[in-house]
Ligand binder design. Structure first.
Ligand SMILES: *Cc1c(COP(=O)(O)O)cnc(C)c1O
Length: 229
C-alpha cells in the first residue's frame, strides 16, 4: 500500500481513538497536540503526513533530524524528543521549536548560555523519569520541584511543562498510575515565573490512557507510520 494511504487510514483511526479518550477525560480533542514521531521515517513519507494536515513532528537523533528537516516545508513545528548531548545544543536550537527532553541542570546551563548568545528564549519541557528506571534519562520525581526553582533563574530558557516516557509495560492499564502521578505533579508544582502548559506523555502503546489521565501532547510513531524495522 502506498505510504500516503496507509498513513491516512492510521491517522483516521488515531483521531477516533483520541476523540474517545478526550471525551472520557471531558476535554475537546482540539486541546490535544499530536506529535508525529518520525525517527527512521524517510523525508517523502514525512511530507505525505504533512500533506494530510499534521504539522508537529518529533525526532530523537540530531544528525538524522537535520539531514531530513532541510528538505521539508519551513512551516513545520519540530519537537526534539531524544537525549540531547551538550555539544549538539548549538545546532539544535535554531531548528527545533520545543525540546521535550531537558534532562539535567548541566544541559539547561548549556542551553541558557547558547540562548543568551543568540538573544533567544528556548522552549523546553522538563523530562521526568517517572518509573525511576536506571535505563532512562530525566529528573526523578523528587528532584522536579528543586530543578524548576533553579531553572526559573535561567532567563533564556522557558519551561513550558513536563514530559515523560513511561516504563514499557505491555498492558497500558499498568502504566496508568505513572501517568496519574505525573499529572498530579504537573498540576501541583507552583514555581513563580513558570507556567505549566504542556504535559507530554503517551506513545503508540499507551496514548489513550495518557489522555484519560491528562496528557495534552502525545507522541506517536508506530501507530501512524507502522512498526519501525
Ligand atoms: C520513539 C519515541 C516515541 C514514539 O514511539 P511509538 O511507540 O512508535 O509511538 C515517543 N517518544 C519518544 C521519546 C520516542 O523516542
Amino acid at each position: 500500500m502506498p505510504a500516503a494511504s496507509m498513513i491516512k487510514r492510521n491517522l483516521e483511526k488515531i483521531k477516533e481513538r483520541l476523540q474517545k479518550a478526550a471525551s472520557k477525560r471531558g476535554v475537546s480533542p482540539g486541546e490535544i497536540t499530536l506529535v508525529a514521531v518520525t525517527k527512521t521515517v524517510p523525508v517523502d513519507v514525512i511530507g505525505a503526513a504533512y500533506e494530510l494536515g499534521i504539522n508537529n513532528f518529533g525526532e530523537n537523533r540530531v544528525q538524522e533530524a537535520l539531514a531530513k528537516i532541510k528538505f521539508l516545508p519551513p512551516g513545520i513545528r519540530w519537537h526534539f524528543i531524544g537525549h540531547l548531548q551538550t555539544n549538539k545544543v548549538r545546532i539544535v536550537l535554531p531548528v527545533f521549536d520545543l525540546i521535550h527532553s531537558l534532562d539535567s541542570i548541566k544541559l539547561a546551563g548549556v542551553i541558557q548560555k547558547e540562548g543568551e548568545k543568540n538573544d533567544k528564549k528556548v522552549n523546553v519541557l522538563l523530562q521526568v523519569n517517572i518509573g525511576a528506571e536506571e535505563s532512562k534519562f530525566g529528573f526523578r520525581q523528587e528532584e522536579v520541584s528543586d530543578a524548576l526553582e533553579e531553572l526559573a533563574n535561567y532567563h533564556n530558557l522557558k519551561v513550558l511543562g513536563l514530559m515523560a516516557v513511561a516504563p514499557f509495560l505491555p498492558d497500558p492499564e499498568e502504566v496508568r498510575p505513572y501517568f496519574r502521578q505525573l499529572y498530579h505533579m504537573f498540576k501541583s508544582v507552583k514555581v513563580p515565573g513558570i507556567e505549566m502548559k504542556y504535559l507530554s506523555m503517551g506513545m503508540s502503546n499507551d496514548f489513550e490512557v495518557a489522555v484519560e489521565e491528562g496528557a495534552n501532547v502525545v507522541r506517536l510513531g508506530s501507530a501512524l507510520f507502522g512498526e519501525r524495522s
